[in-house]
Ligand binder design. Structure first.
Ligand code: GLU
Length: 463
């Protein structure tokens, strides 16, 4: 086989969403697996709906996921001459023609067809008229309307389309702009695309595109139509099901590795394996392992994968990723000890955002107690124990976990305190709540000054 070339051709009429990102990933993996080429092409022929902010967002999302492209981004809006040349070729060869039918006439015919219970289809009024170009005319492709067009889809297998279902569709609108089914073929052919991996909502466009390849004298690529993604309620995944844009997931504190791992499993599988490194995916990716049935989006699984990748990340890297989330919540926070903070929270948080929220007691100088926790644990019974441990800590040069634990045990025994009650009192004093990372770990990270200050405040609160 010649060198594999794939592409991702989003229309910048919306954000890069889960489905688009999955399509991009499959194309990227397939190209990388075969040492081929991956092209990014922005399909911006719809001038009214295309927006620069979406182009920027798509590129940002691709970069965040780590899906680098070898060529592009190409913009269809800058390739109009190439499309024009192809339209002229078809016109010259009698494979396309000018049509003067007005939208009103077409609408009437459409209504008449519907009234007779027929599928509305262009009736070929201008097909044999050999009309010259005219302001406001459209160009139609002379489809083959008899026989069949066959597609051998790499996922769905052979699909046969009855050509009688087709009509002479428009390749150039009255304003001179070419249409999607036309430009996609010209681009894929002239860019040497060997494999088109895309959503199966495009299956019905494929017979039109295949006929056009033939008319233009181009070899068609291989097609792999990927089943759609459903929400947990088994309807097509959409905004109703939560965040739609990939960048929203970044902003919710998901790691790109988790996202990639999650996306690939929406349709592709390798036995029961759930966790894949990127290298492993590149090594194992194969279109044959993409399933024929729709995939279901499962948020629990994404959170589980994210928790896994958070734990796999080094403390230094995690701290770097955490800082933007901390800055949003605690603008005054000292960032010098984020590495240590991250180390204590990495097995607890499922997202970076959650981790930043859990870290509040590290970054707020004045913590507030959970009222139930304070009422239950900051009680007279533990007061003298708290006073004594405060003194002991003041005399320590620096806080060491093992030494803290020994001191805690001694004082607890001396004051005949229940371990849990004493520990929870200290925990509430330091964090404001009853659940936190290990007590001695938290103390060592907070450091002597904060610990002493908070223990004193707790003693005072007992009165
Ligand atoms: N711009 C089209 C889309 O976003 C591309 C379809 C294709 O892959 O051919 O759906």
């Amino acid at each position: 086989m010649s060198k594999i070339v794939t592409r991702f051709p989003p229309s910048p009429t919306g954000h890069l969403h889960i489905g688009g990102a999955r399509t991009a990933l499959f194309n990227w993996l397939f190209a990388r697996h075969h040492g081929g080429k991956f092209i990014l092409r922005i399909e911006d022929t719809d001038r009214l709906r295309s927006k620069q902010e979406y182009v920027d967002g798509i590129i940002e999302g691709m970069k965040w996921l780590g899906l680098d492209w070898d060529e592009g981004p190409f913009f269809q809006s800058q390739r109009m001459e190439i499309y024009q040349k192809h339209i002229e070729q078809l016109l010259a060869e009698g494979k396309a023609y000018y049509c003067y039918c007005t939208p009103e006439e077409l609408e009437q015919k459409r209504k008449a067809a519907m009234a007779q219970g027929k599928k509305p289809r262009y009736d070929g009024t201008c097909r044999h008229k050999n009309l010259p170009p005219k302001e406001g005319a459209v160009v139609r492709f002379k489809s083959t309307l008899v026989g069949e067009t066959a597609l051998n889809d790499l996922i769905h297998g052979p699909i046969v389309f009855n050509n009688a279902e087709l009509d002479d569709w428009i390749i150039q609108r009255s304003d001179g702009t070419p249409t999607y089914n036309f430009v996609v073929v010209v681009d894929d052919a002239t860019m040497g695309i060997t494999h088109v991996i895309r959503g199966d909502d495009h299956i019905n466009n494929t017979p039109k595109q295949l006929q056009l390849y033939e008319a233009l004298g181009y070899e068609p690529p291989q097609f792999a139509h990927v089943p759609m993604i459903l929400g947990p309620d088994k309807t097509k995944l959409s905004k109703r099901h939560g965040a739609a844009s990939i960048l929203e997931y970044r902003d919710m504190g998901f790691l790109p590795q988790a996202m990639v791992n999650f996306l690939v499993r929406l349709g592709w599988s390798y036995g029961n394996q759930e966790i894949f490194s990127l290298e492993e995916l590149i090594g194992k990716f194969d279109i044959k392992r993409i399933g024929k049935s729709a995939a279901v989006f499962n948020m629990e699984k994404l959170l589980w994968l994210n928790a896994h990748y958070i734990q796999e990340t080094s403390n230094e890297k995690l701290a770097e990723l955490l800082v933007p989330f901390l800055e949003k919540l605690y603008p005054q926070a000292p960032t010098d000890y984020v590495v240590k903070v991250a180390a204590t929270l990495k097995t607890r948080a499922k997202t970076l955002k959650e981790m930043a929220e859990m870290a509040d007691f590290y970054f707020r100088e004045d913590i507030t107690y959970d009222s139930k926790a304070a009422a239950k644990f900051l009680v007279p019974e533990v007061k003298s124990g708290l006073e004594e441990i405060t003194q002991a800590i003041i005399s320590m040069a620096e806080l060491d976990e093992a030494e803290l634990e020994r001191t805690f045990r001694e004082i607890q025994t001396k004051h005949q305190l229940n371990t849990r009650k004493f520990a929870q009192a200290i925990r509430v004093a330091l964090t404001g709540r009853t659940v936190s990372p290990g007590l001695f770990e938290v103390m060592a990270v907070l450091g002597k000054n904060r610990v002493v200050k908070r223990l004193r405040k707790a003693v005072e609160s007992i009165g």
